[in-house]
Design a protein around this ligand. Structure first.
Ligand SMILES: *[C@@H]1O[C@H](CO)[C@@H](O)[C@H](O)[C@H]1NC(C)=O
Ligand SMILES: *[C@@H]1O[C@H](CO)[C@@H](O)[C@H](O)[C@H]1NC(C)=O
Length: 768
């Protein structure tokens, strides 16, 4: 009893809290793959594999794709098509492939791992080339001209599975990847201009430990490249003692040219700091998965640049699927690099404090300094300070999803307020669109991109075109950032709280918010329908549901919003009592038809204080008493109104009784678009239709409902059971009587013995 009680308290305290704090992270609506209301563009060609590197032209009309053995340029200027513009076949030589295969490698193709603009007219592309990396500089306008390949051994990854990052500034390549077996040349500058040196990392202990590079970016205001990665943590050096994986931000300066004696041809500006995605003493999300830069508005200081990162935690089993989003500011990153450092003392295996004398450490331009300074620089690469998220808080965490990639943008709502929108790809193959509100994050929608769990290599956002490109082994997907027309009426449009969408009361459509300011109806913060909408119906057309006494009826009701609270009510607005009625997980109402339950039922959804009736059913007995069958007689299902127009079309069981607006599309069109809130439960509900609802296409009134009754089956079963019981009892009685007879009449025994003896005698006869 005490144990039970404790479990209960645990549930209330722990699960209850977790549930409530994450409840709002459920996507409001969900679009399944292929939904007509959330159409995706796809470029797929059977001859193009592993299209994993993406690059968008400045005008966002051309998408360059690095694939396996090929480089493509796609025309993405049209909203409804993606067409191939140009293609460069770029395979590894047979000789290379042979050598690679002999070394038992599995990825002996030419996987394009780096694709960047070299300058305004040319592209830089780098491929693994069967473990002999090779680079190309080609005009972006015609990929097939000027095949001038270069050896890129020290700049590009040789393996296709190795994550890498590269940034080109002034026609010089800053690249981070493990090249070679010793992993020394991990952060390099290649193709340096003129007399400038190519640079790489010095070889000192603890500099980098099995790094996995995630991304890099050029911060022009600082003259620095920032690199983001994870590595194996150092038990003595990092603040989080038990951490094995740590997430890092590192810097190098673009003006660096290496020291003249000390650190010759080596970075004099390399430094790293820890990125801590953690709230208070709670669990640390230590494994960075992806991070993107969000530049501030033009009139703001570049120091307000934010970096949004998605992290997972290695401390949880893979099944618990936890991830978090944290934002870091450039100000905090700068503070870490300009603060004190730690140096590692090999003799005692210990990190010592290294004060930042004169604030020199972490600065650009140290390569000109003397050897005394450079010797300190050489040892001082780990900052004392760690970088904590903005406001020392997570943006949010999810107990349900493991996010793997993200994109971010700021957008202006109809009232001029700016909102941050995050696009997060889940490992299960969905895209979540999240708006960060003052009250916290709100997941506007979820779109299924892949049927199967999928590792996506690249996600690219074009804010000017309002589309996301997702590169995967299946091809390149294009996802518009919004489709306001998916919201059929003002209430839905406002409840969506999508900064991109507002209700236009003139055209009576949910429209895209334009940049020019608009008078669209929208309330991103609180979704107050009553304040924004004037035209909405609170009621749904009543559907007549004909049922026989004792029949079990199921009244379907599906709110398109997973955040709505659904209740079933009588027509006088009383909530149906729980004793006689059951509301299932899919919000359908189940009950037995009795004279008391012959009533009208309303399915009422409530979201953000706005109530609407989304379905209404009047449950009545058949009109013709003669069609009332005796209980034992099996009747064909439903036959009422059989003299009605036979052309009535059945609509899918995935039916919602929305009745918003006459101008809306037909129900059939609308219903297939939405995925179910609880995928497993609802799938069950969908594949197990108990009722067929027919809608008279011409009229509004007559609806025939077929419902299988279990009453007859039950009676038949009971009769059969009673019969079986009777037979069984009869058998037992007979058997016991015969036993008693055996005991009282032993003279029967000899008969058996006699028969045995017959055998015996036969045997004897055989023997003799
Ligand atoms: C390339 O695509 C195939 C599936 O088409 C996949 O199995 C493989 O892992 C991909 N390789 C890389 C390096 O992405
Ligand atoms: C870009 O680089 C290529 C290759 O070095 C060069 O031929 C071309 O002139 C450059 N374009 C510009 C605009 O500098």
């Amino acid at each position: 009893m005490a144990g039970l009680c404790r479990i209960w308290i645990f549930k209330v305290l722990v699960l209850g809290l977790i549930d409530s704090s994450h409840a709002s992270l459920r996507p409001r609506v969900s679009f399944s793959q292929g939904s007509s209301e959330r159409l995706l563009g796809l470029y797929h060609s059977s001859s193009v594999k592993n299209s994993s590197t993406l690059l968008l032209s400045a005008d966002a009309d051309t998408l360059f794709v690095g694939a396996r053995d090929a480089l493509l340029s796609l025309d993405v200027s049209q909203p409804d098509s993606i067409t191939l513009k140009d293609k460069l076949e770029w395979a590894a030589s047979p000789q290379n492939i042979k050598t690679c295969t002999v070394a038992s490698k599995t990825d002996c193709g030419n996987f394009i791992s780096i694709l960047q603009f070299f300058n305004s007219t040319h592209l830089y592309a780098c491929g693994t080339n069967a473990y002999k990396p090779q680079a190309l500089i080609i005009p972006a306008s015609s990929l097939r001209t000027g095949r001038d390949t270069k050896d890129a051994k020290n700049c590009c990854p040789s393996s296709s599975t190795q994550r890498n990052t590269a940034t080109i500034v002034d026609e010089e390549l800053y690249t981070a990847t493990k090249v070679g077996y010793f992993g020394v040349k991990v952060i390099s500058r290649c193709h340096s201009r003129g007399a400038r040196n190519n640079l790489e990392l010095q070889n000192v202990p603890k500099l980098l430990q099995e790094p996995e590079f995630v991304s890099s970016t050029h911060i022009a205001s600082e003259g620095k490249i920032l690199l983001f990665f994870t590595e194996v943590g150092d038990l003595t050096g990092d603040s989080f003692l038990n951490s094995f994986t740590v997430s890092r931000v590192a810097q190098v300066c673009t003006n660096d040219n290496g020291g003249s004696l000390t650190l010759q041809k080596r970075w004099t500006s390399f430094a790293k700091s820890q990125l801590v995605c953690q709230q208070g003493d709670e669990l640390q999300f230590n494994k960075l998965q992806d991070i993107v830069k969000m530049s501030p508005a033009d009139d703001e200081s570049p120091d307000n640049t934010l970096f949004y990162g998605v992290f997972t935690s290695q401390w949880l089993a893979a099944s618990s699927s936890l991830s978090a989003v944290c934002a870091f500011s450039l100000t905090d990153i700068k503070a870490a690099f300009s603060g004190d450092y730690k140096t590692f003392d090999l003799n005692v295996n210990h990190w010592n404090h290294q004060p930042n004398v004169d604030g020199k450490l972490g600065k650009c331009g140290l390569f000109n300094d003397n050897d005394r300074v450079l010797n300190i620089v050489k040892k001082s690469f780990l900052t004392e300070k760690v970088v904590r998220p903005v406001d020392k808080k997570l943006i949010f965490s999810s107990t349900e999803e493991r996010y793997s990639r993200l994109a971010v943008q700021r957008t202006q709502a109809a009232n001029g307020h700016s909102y941050t929108i995050l696009y997060l790809l889940t490992e299960s193959g969905f895209l979540h669109k999240v708006v960060l509100l003052a009250k916290g994050p709100h997941v506007i929608e979820e779109i299924q991109i892949f049927k199967q769990p999928h590792t996506v290599k690249n996600i690219l956002l074009s804010t000017s075109k309002g589309v996301l490109f997702i590169g995967s082994s299946e091809g390149v997907f294009r996802v518009p950032v919004s489709n306001c027309s998916a919201y059929p009426n003002c209430a839905e449009c406002v409840l969506a709280r999508d900064p991109f969408c507002g209700w236009d009361s003139e055209t009576r459509a949910c429209a895209t918010v334009s940049r020019m300011g608009s008078n669209l109806r929208q309330d991103v913060e609180s979704g107050n329908v009553n304040a924004q909408c004037t035209e909405f119906k609170h009621t749904a057309a009543t559907v007549t549901r004909i049922a026989r006494l004792n029949e079990i009826v199921v009244l379907p009701c599906r709110s398109r919003s997973r955040l709505a609270d659904v209740t079933w009510r009588f027509s006088d607005n009383r909530v149906v009592p729980q004793l006689m009625y059951m509301q299932r997980a899919d919000d359908s109402l189940v009950f037995t038809v009795t004279p008391e339950t012959l009533k009208t039922y309303l399915c009422v959804s409530e979201e953000l204080g706005f109530k609407q009736t989304i379905a209404a059913f009047a449950v009545t007995l058949p009109v013709f008493p003669r069609s009332f069958p005796p209980p034992s007689d099996r009747q064909p299902d439903v036959t009422l109104n059989s003299d009605e127009d036979p052309k009535t079309e059945p609509i899918s069981d995935y039916y919602t009784a929305f009745e918003f607006d006459e101008s809306e599309p037909t129900k059939e069109e609308r219903t297939d678009a939405f995925m179910t809130p609880d995928r497993t439960n609802e799938k069950k509900a969908r594949t197990n239709p108990q009722s067929t609802i027919n809608i008279n296409t011409a009229g509004k009134d007559i609806v025939c409902v077929a419902q299988k009754s279990y009453y007859n089956e039950m009676v038949a079963f009971c009769l059969l059971f009673v019969f079986c019981l009777f037979v069984f009892i009869a058998f037992v009685v007979l058997w016991r009587r015969s036993m008693r007879c055996n005991k009282t009449t032993p003279q029967k025994q000899p008969k058996d013995a006699e028969s045995d003896n017959i055998w015996q005698t036969e045997l004897d006869e055989q023997k003799s």
